[in-house]
Write a protein that binds this ligand. Structure first.
Ligand SMILES: [Zn+2]
Length: 247
């Protein structure tokens, strides 16, 4: 049986003369993380950079980026719920200061409705509504957020919404990057009621990893890395999460 030791990336990887030899899995994790990072397009990388900046600044680690259908970045933003200031036009210091809302707040009213909004986390109720009202044709997201599952289905609300074309949705990812996006979004804000709700939604393993990172002081270590380094650092545990979380 392969034993794993959370937090180190070390696994027991063979036996020599009756002893267990520890094999450092971290280089392999870093290489796999580098590959998945290189596979992201520019708006995807920018959204994760923004999420990481949110993590480093004590905000909820979610980032977002608006781009054209051709992949040209228009603007990006991050969660600022705990910030005391922010760029002109963005929301900060309130429960409304979500990454997607801040991207949309920077887009002028009345522009063509053909943009792609890339976000690191499945949009919440507020952001799904803002996306519905904004110039967004497609929303792409990496991490699942089961807390808000179903809150984008505006076709249920009225006959008019049923007839209207809703933004296309691509996500969540079922790979390590998707797990990463979900986990980092819980690091700064996980009050008991929220945790209880997530556990009831079969998100317990992700919550367990969040608590492990908080209790071990690893959040501070992560914040000293860049985002690709953070993915590599967490890789073995993200991989484990992908095997136990519901698809
Ligand atoms: Zn939101």
């Amino acid at each position: 049986m392969v034993a794993s030791r959370a937090g180190t990336g070390l696994v027991a990887g063979g036996r020599v003369a009756g002893e267990t030899r520890a094999v450092d899995s971290r280089p392999a994790g870093r290489a796999a993380a580098a590959r998945i990072w290189a596979g992201l397009d520019k708006p995807g990388q920018e959204a994760f950079r923004q999420a990481w900046e949110a993590l480093r600044t004590g905000n909820i680690a979610v980032g977002a980026c608006a781009s054209t259908a051709g992949g040209e970045t228009i603007c990006s933003a991050r969660n600022r719920v705990n910030d005391r200031d922010g760029p002109p036009g963005e929301i900060f210091g309130s429960a409304l200061a979500h990454a997607e809302a801040n991207v949309l707040a920077r887009l002028p009213f009345g522009r063509r409705e053909d943009l792609v909004l890339t976000t690191t986390l499945q949009p919440c109720l507020q952001c799904a509504a803002a996306i519905r009202l904004g110039p967004v044709a497609t929303v792409r997201f990496a991490g699942a957020d089961r807390y808000w599952d179903g809150c984008h289905e505006f076709g249920r609300l009225s006959v008019r919404e049923t007839r209207r074309v809703q933004p296309a949705r691509i996500g969540p990812r079922s790979d390590e990057l998707g797990a990463f996006a979900t986990v980092i979004s819980r690091l700064a804000h996980l009050p008991p009621g929220y945790e209880q709700a997530l556990r009831a939604l079969v998100d317990g393993p992700a919550v367990d990893l969040v608590r492990e990172l908080q209790d071990s002081g690893e959040v501070e270590r992560l914040a000293a890395m860049d985002v690709a380094g953070g993915i590599g650092y967490l890789w073995p545990r993200l991989r484990e999460l992908t095997t136990v979380l519901p698809g």
